[in-house]
Design a protein around this ligand. Sequence first.
Ligand SMILES: Cc1cc2nc3c(=O)[nH]c(=O)nc-3n(C[C@H](O)[C@H](O)[C@H](O)COP(=O)(O)O)c2cc1C
Length: 305
Amino acid sequence: MVNLAFSIGDLHFKNPVLTASGTFGNGSEFDDFLDVSRLGGIVLKGTTLEPREGNLYPRMAETPSGMLNAVGLQNKGIDYFEKFIYPRILNYNTNIIVNINGSYIEDYIALAERINRLEKISAIELNISCPNVKMGGMAFGTNLASAREVTREVRSVYSKKLIVKLSPNVTNIVDFARVVEEEGADSISLINTLLGMAVDVVNMKPSLSTVTGGLSGPAIKPVALRMVWQVANAVKIPVIGMGGIMSASDALEFLLAGASAVQIGTASFIDPQASVKILEGIENYLIKKGFSDLKEIVGYINRDN
Ligand SMILES: Cc1cc2nc3c(=O)[nH]c(=O)nc-3n(C[C@H](O)[C@H](O)[C@H](O)COP(=O)(O)O)c2cc1C
């Protein structure tokens, strides 16, 4: 009835609802709650070349309308991923995207080369925006020259779709979007978490072991929406919006502002079925409003309607 599909170049997505990295495990953790294959895609948790322990506890703290995390890219590394996780996700009938991270450009290149060989993985999400690691991460995404270089190098070794995930912790997000587009990104996703902190007044110490962490959830939605709108109006490649999307109405705000698709993050911690409920809500909205294709509403507020 309603065409919900969108695409990044020749990569087809059956609908615009994806899950955000670090909030949906490797998909299979959610099998008891929903049919993962209903989603447009899933972005797997951040993967690195070598296994990482992540940061010391406490590394999560609840804040007004949101949460802070400083997980620090805990994962078992690419060897483990290839051997044990990859075989488990082969049967999902949806796009599987790996979120890649590194301390050095060479790490990103080596990871991209490895993932290029995995047939089921349709795209990489290049995370140059993690605020919770000592080296790499956000350092790449908050410096224009580094963002340019890492995108260029990964592009040169990765032949499938390259999504670059931007950090909101910059003065002018549009500069970063333009640079990664110039260097061959096929799509841009944003935003990663905003750098924040909280203090435990009872114990008189920082709430997180790392003192600062990444803020996510409804608290960041207006900032995310503003940045998505700015970027969608500045680049030609599809933009994937995220940041505090808890409901179909929130997702629709991003689509109307110019995002071609959305990712659902923190919402999945509160309701593991949030992503499919949001998908159903988007479809119902289109039907109610009399639209037959999602594309009719993408960037609607930016047109002379
Ligand atoms: C616990 C947690 C872990 C995360 N891990 C990653 C990660 O590994 N890689 C990444 O690019 N983003 C990571 N993120 C950021 C989310 O993918 C998303 O960009 C951010 O949370 C904003 O969306 P939200 O407000 O809907 O959660 C993480 C977020 C949370 C809350």
